[in-house]
Design a protein around this ligand. Structure first.
Ligand SMILES: Cc1cc2nc3c(=O)[nH]c(=O)nc-3n(C[C@H](O)[C@H](O)[C@H](O)COP(=O)(O)OP(=O)(O)OC[C@H]3O[C@@H](n4cnc5c(N)ncnc54)[C@H](O)[C@@H]3O)c2cc1C
Length: 470
């Protein structure tokens, strides 16, 4: 897939990156183990330890016209890090937290810092870095920025884009763009950081960032509820938003199919509310005063029960119960029990979700009556994760399942990627969610910033000559 680097280029890279900076052969290939989507078998893994080294490596790669694939924590789910036979640029050695400014509410980090490490460092200072997702123990800040990660608290704090004040990136030719803004307001010309947020390593390598921190919440209230009617879900969501006065921080919905998987053996989780309901919601508020916030949270749930929005509810009494509720939501690996699965991450209006999933079911049933389907997601953000199986993992089966999932989505003007990005996996469907003019501008940006097409080539945008899905 990727051109092999010449011996001369490898020698120059070794000299630029020093000992441990270049891995080859089996040592390079071994680095692909443990990825969450296909990473291929890289020929070479570059491990720069500073922005200057990233810049030096890119200058050499650019001169040689050598493509490269950036890697962070390798938890991406759409093959954005697929580097079969090619050169990887890993940020794993750039993992320093440079500064925490408690007064300004910022943290300055290198891009290879692991998300959980960043969150824990903020917590120790009595602050919150608000991004939270199941892959927190491996995903990196550079990867979070490049995918514009979402996660569990978007409803309250926004996506990664909202949590980055400034960043530093290295362009294809090695130019360092240092845009390490620390201010919330800065309208001095174009906001260049946006070029690198959510562009999956196709326009530049993110090397450092200034993150926005929030005051650490002093109260946390978490509940698991059962809901019997889809129409009650948006009502319940709006009710909790209003009743919690802006402190609603998570509204994670699980369809029965997903709830059963994560609450029955071999899963270690047990059902906090009994089975037998079509929908379950993990709802959480983060506030500032435990006693009064808990009282308000309980009142809100009581009202929801009285008014028939929810039919059962259990409130976590302590941290252990809260953790076990979140463990259910995070135990996504149980979906492999459906067999050969295809995973989707779609976005659409909440009002359309019930009919949408109904149509997806019908589409899958038309492929095989023995289909499997599990649905869960960040419903408060209009984001559903749809996991489907039809007993076959071949490309032809994938295409059929994609049609079953994306055709009703297109009709509802939804997005084929709510938060995981496009990578290789969703590339044929980019134009199902973006207009020709939008894709044309993306291609113009790509050609302008990376004229030799060396930065993660073939990801997000179709290479010239390859047709998108009709
Ligand atoms: C169990 C699990 C749960 C998840 N939950 C969520 C969720 O709730 N919300 C969500 O949004 N995602 C979720 N994800 C997906 C994934 O964790 C995110 O996409 C994450 O942001 C990827 O970070 P990473 O460091 O692993 O990046 P990688 O997987 O290494 O890379 C992802 C993409 O970014 C590029 N890239 C990486 N680092 C850089 C860099 N420094 N500069 C330029 N390009 C770079 C790569 O080339 C690739 O295209 C989940 C994944 C798993 C496995």
């Amino acid at each position: 897939m990727n051109a092999l680097p010449t011996d001369m280029l490898v020698a120059k890279l070794k000299s630029a990156l020093g000992a441990g900076g270049v891995l080859e052969g089996e040592e390079a290939a071994a680095r692909a183990q443990g990825g969450w989507s296909k990473l291929g078998k890289p020929h070479l893994v570059l491990r720069p330890s500073s922005t200057a080294e990233v810049s030096a490596a890119l200058k050499l790669l650019h001169e040689a016209g050598q493509p490269l694939v950036p890697w962070g924590g390798k938890t991406g789910l759409v093959e954005g890090g697929n580097a079969e036979g090619g050169v990887v640029l890993s940020l794993d050695r750039m993992n320093v937290i440079e500064e925490i400014d408690p007064v300004g509410g910022t943290m300055t980090v290198e891009a290879g810092c692991v998300l959980q490490t960043v969150c824990e460092a903020a917590d120790r200072q009595g602050l919150l870095f608000a991004l939270d997702l199941g892959a927190r123990g491996s995903a990196t800040i550079g990867g979070n920025i490049s995918t514009n990660a979402g996660g569990n608290r978007v409803i309250r704090y926004g996506m990664m884009r909202d949590l980055v004040l400034g960043l530093e990136a290295v362009l294809a030719d090695g130019t360092v763009i240092s845009s390490m803004n620390r201010m919330i307001k800065n309208n001095a010309g174009y906001d260049l950081k946006q070029l690198f947020i959510g562009t999956e390593g196709t326009l530049g390598i993110v090397t450092r960032a200034v993150l926005r921190l929030q005051p650490k919440p002093l109260s946390q209230d978490t509940a698991f509820v059962a809901v019997d009617d889809f129409k009650a879900l948006p009502r319940f969501l709006r009710h909790m938003e209003q009743a919690l006065g802006g402190t609603l921080s998570a509204f994670e919905v699980m369809w029965e199919s997903f709830y059963s998987l994560v609450t029955t053996p071999p899963a270690s989780g047990r059902p906090p509310v009994p089975h037998g309901h079509p929908y379950y919601v993990l709802v959480e508020g983060l506030g500032s005063e435990q006693a009064s916030d808990s009282a308000r949270f309980e009142r809100a749930l009581e009202t929801a029960l009285e008014e028939g929005m929810v039919s059962d509810a259990v409130i976590a009494k302590n941290q252990a119960e809260r953790d076990s509720m979140w463990a259910l939501r995070d135990d996504v690996s149980q979906v492999v029990r459906l067999g050969a699965i295809f995973t989707f991450d779609v976005s659409l209006g909440i009002a359309d979700m019930e009919s949408y999933i109904g149509e997806v079911r019908a589409g899958l049933a038309a492929i095989t009556p023995d289909y499997g389907l599990a649905v869960f997601g960040h419903m408060g953000d209009g984001n559903l994760h749809v996991i489907a199986s039809v007993g076959d993992h071949a490309l032809e089966a994938r295409r059929k399942v994609e049609r079953a999932v994306y055709t009703p989505l297109r009709a509802r003007k939804g997005s084929v990627s709510a938060e995981h990005g496009i990578g290789l996996e969703k590339r044929p469907y980019l134009n199902w969610s973006r207009s020709d003019d939008e894709v044309g501008l993306m291609q113009l940006l790509k050609r302008t910033l990376d004229p030799k097409n060396i930065l993660n080539p073939g990801k997000v945008l179709e290479p010239a000559g390859l047709a998108a899905a009709e």
